[in-house]
Ligand binder design. Structure first.
Ligand SMILES: NC(=O)c1ccc[n+]([C@@H]2O[C@H](COP(=O)([O-])OP(=O)(O)OC[C@H]3O[C@@H](n4cnc5c(N)ncnc54)[C@H](OP(=O)(O)O)[C@@H]3O)[C@@H](O)[C@H]2O)c1
Length: 495
């Protein structure tokens, strides 16, 4: 979780944000709206400038029109918002160029003169581009003298998005090569799940509430299930997705981050080093997953809400005969005193019946239960942390049904963020970009954390590929393959 207690930045220091890949989906849908949201809340420095960079030819006006389309007035409705939008867009300019050309970035350098100041500005470089371009861009930025040395005044920070490599070796290679330009301290590896409110609340839930502390272990927890599902197809991204598959796209990063936050010990104190130290320790205790504890599958044709969908193999951009999984389930074992014997079951699937991300903590059954007869057939207590949609926390308990006899039923203690908290819930990118500007690294993936996460999945990924393991099949819009249900059942659980 975030370790900076109050939002706020050094507003006196000028800031330049360079968005490389500014014509793309991530930049337009997430980055510019998040920067605008920060601006509306007075969380950007007084002097700031945003430069969009990509190959597409665009005038400043055309660029601003594309950015404006995606801005929302969530924080400041009405006429004041129009005014703020106008001011914000006037600070956005665009440069078209080639990603590996230092000349293009020299031209971009000139744009930074829009910031009229004697003090050197701080710079954020946001790489909203496919990862194979990261290195070329980093070197060209360096050659154009845009990246300041750590000792100089005016810091430079780089933000990169997953996928960080495709296994331990390629990830290490990327880390090492990027270090030629940006030190670890200057590097912000984003996993946007860590910016989500409910995920940031996980450590608060665990370490600020006494009631959970004594029961958060193998003596009281039967299993942990973490599930990520989407009822969507690849929507034109099959070409990109096919290279990675669901394990690399979702499990190795988003799901393992959630595992780490559920499993980690309490950090020594609330600072980014201590928080990440504990996450690394938890991930290092996870045993590499054997092939027998993994199910991979691919969706076939099917329907969601009456709408027919192609199977993965019929999607535009999918290579013929691809065996890339669109679904995977795995059982993780954590080899430490707290978790020995507690299965962590994780699954991720596209083309499922619904879109939902949740963490379920299932407790043991009540020993010596005097209500055993009346409670027969009722499930054990469960804490459900719903990440999306409709962020919330639910505790499932056994309760007496009001009446004259003894009848028990399962009841929910339900906290819905939408009704419990007033005001807009910040988008994950708002929270994370603010952290980059503030220099709070607790929600970003450190290099050793990345190594530990890849060590869990690399052996099984290599084995799946070496053996050309054919994925199971499941219907688009279903609950996933039967083999995944069987895997969960083997560990005494149900998805
Ligand atoms: N979209 C999301 O919500 C999301 C979520 C999580 C992570 N990410 C990660 O964020 C990064 C950017 O994602 P995105 O969805 O915005 O990607 P994108 O739209 O595919 O690409 C961003 C921009 O990069 C340039 N580009 C794309 N393919 C290229 C190629 N083969 N060669 C050279 N330039 C190319 C294009 O700009 P020009 O043609 O104008 O140069 C494009 O507008 C990726 O690393 C992705 O994995 C994205």
């Amino acid at each position: 979780m975030k370790t900076t207690s109050t939002p706020g930045v050094d507003r006196s220091h000028p800031l330049a944000v360079v968005v490389v890949g500014a014509s793309g989906d991530l930049a337009l849908k997430k980055i510019f709206p998040a920067l605008f949201a920060l601006y509306c809340q007075d969380l950007l420095p007084t002097q700031f400038h945003i430069v969009g960079f990509a190959r597409s030819e665009m005038t400043n006006d055309a660029f601003r029109a594309r950015v404006e389309e995606k801005l929302t007035c969530r924080y400041v409705p009405g006429q004041q918002c129009d005014e703020l939008m106008k001011n914000f867009l006037s600070r956005c300019t665009y440069v078209s160029g080639n990603y590996d050309s230092s000349d293009s970035y020299r031209q971009l350098h000139k744009e930074l003169e829009h910031i009229k100041t004697d003090a050197p500005e701080n710079r954020v470089f946001y790489m909203a581009i496919p990862p194979f371009l990261f290195l070329d861009v980093a070197h060209a930025l360096h050659d154009a003298e845009l990246v300041s040395d750590e000792k100089e005044q005016g810091w430079s920070r780089v933000v990169i998005e997953k996928p960080f490599g495709s296994d331990r070796a390629t990830s290490d290679e990327l880390t090492e090569s990027m270090r030629q330009v940006f030190s670890e301290n200057q590097t912000y590896r984003i996993d946007h799940y860590l910016g989500k409110e409910v995920i940031q609340n996980l450590l608060v839930l665990r370490f600020a509430n006494l009631i959970f502390d004594p029961i958060w272990n193998r003596n009281h927890i039967k299993n942990v299930r973490i599930s990520w599902t989407e009822n969507l197809s690849l929507q034109g991204r099959a070409g990109y997705f096919d290279e990675y598959g669901i394990i690399r796209d979702v499990m190795q990063n988003h799901l393992l981050q959630m595992v780490a936050l559920v499993a980690m010990e309490q950090p020594v104190a609330l600072n980014s080093t201590y928080v990440r130290d504990e996450k690394v320790k938890a991930l290092r205790a996870v045993k590499p997953i054997p092939l027998g504890d993994v199910v991979v599958a691919q969706y076939g044709p099917g329907a969601v809400n009456g709408k027919q969908h192609f199977g993965y193999l019929q999607e535009k951009g999918t290579p013929e005969g691809s065996i890339t999984p669109t679904y995977a389930a795995a059982a993780l074992k954590i080899n430490n005193r707290r978790w020995d014997g507690v299965p962590f079951l994780i699954r991720a699937g596209k083309g499922m019946s619904d879109s939902k991300t949740e963490i379920r903590i299932r407790f043991q059954s009540m020993p010596g239960n005097i209500f055993a007869q009346a409670a027969k057939g009722l499930p054990e207590n469960e804490l459900v942390i719903q990440v999306q949609p409709d962020a919330g926390l639910t505790m499932r308990i056994v309760n007496r049904v009001p009446g004259l006899g003894i009848r028990l039923d399962e009841t929910k203690l339900d906290l819905r963020y939408s009704s419990a908290f007033e005001g807009a819930i910040p988008d994950a990118y708002e929270s994370l970009i603010l952290d980059v500007i503030q220099g709070d690294k607790s929600l970003f993936i450190r290099a050793d954390e990345l190594e530990a996460a890849w060590d869990i999945f690399t052996p099984v990924l290599h084995e799946l590929e070496a053996k050309n393991v054919e994925p199971e099949s499941y219907e688009f819009g279903s609950g996933g393959p039967e083999a995944a249900d069987a895997l969960a059942a083997r560990f005494g659980a149900k998805w």
